[in-house]
Design a protein around this ligand. Sequence first.
Ligand code: AHG
Ligand code: MN
Ligand code: MN
Length: 333
Amino acid sequence: MPPVTLSRFLIEEERNKKVISADLRFLVEIVSRACKAISIAIGKGGIADVLGQAGSDNIQGEAQKKLDVISNEILLEANEWGGHLAAMASEEMEDPHLIPHRYPKGEYLLVFDPLDGSSNIDVNISVGTIFSVLRCPEGVPAVDDKVFLQPGTQQVCAGFAVYGPTTLLVLTFGDGVQCFTLDREFGHFVLTQENMRIPEDTKEFAINMSNQRFWEPPVQRYVEELLAGKDGPRGKDFNMRWVASMVADVFRILTRGGVFMYPIDAKMKDKGGKLRLMYEANPMAMIVEQAGGAASTGRERILDIRPSALHQRVPVILGSKNEVERVARYHAE
Ligand code: AHG
Ligand code: MN
Ligand code: MN
């Protein structure tokens, strides 16, 4: 069997399974091309002067890295002209980016975190891109940030790329999760893992332990029990990993299970959490659920949240089902 390229996979999803429309197929092709371009830019590193600070802040008040800005521009330019989108929104822009008048408009909305794990760029650790696709509601008077405020259950596609030792693209259309690997010689993505499944149980967890003293009691209790290992109530030893690039941590969980937590803590109470709902939590929650895992804030299912703002932040607990359910139970008790 010759390898199945992303293009072939998408055409067959459209033609045989009728899972996607021609426009959605085109959209994913375009996003994958943009991810390839971002992967190339990242791979140049110090040779092309892409590392370091951009000298500006984004809407979240975070200092932008040059590659945050470059990746955002690559995605905007790639997706403007195709006629498949009504608008785009990004971590790096306060307001939605409308399609210029000279181009046709389409039915989809694209939301992205152009470069996830920015703190890892300059130290040569995996980073990525996260994206979510929604339908633009019909008959709206104007395309503004309100059209994006749909719960994660409404996503028609979610995906992320990891720029690591290999460049990967993980995708779901609500019909299972597939992983594609970039073949650098041929320049295309090839299907390398079909129907990824997250084991329901795990012995691995991911959390930034430096925030421990700020966590709420349910998370304190959960992590304390994990750390107690064999001698504690869980009766087994747990291992810990924290890459600080959500894309890499989630990919590990898709591969061998685990639980990832960025809970709310006392120093970010007013912000609602660290990770952003529309372009981090929702797409990752859809992918994780599609792979048999779960995703919760501790108090509710992430995909059920009715967003109130484009850059809204939420607590995130996702991964192996039984662990996520346990953390949610501790919150309820
Ligand atoms: P971004 O680079 O898009 O701002 O996102 C970084 C996120 C996420 O990828 C990661 O899990 C988390 O922030 C790391 O946070 P800490 O540095 O607080 O560990
Ligand atoms: Mn991010
Ligand atoms: Mn980012």
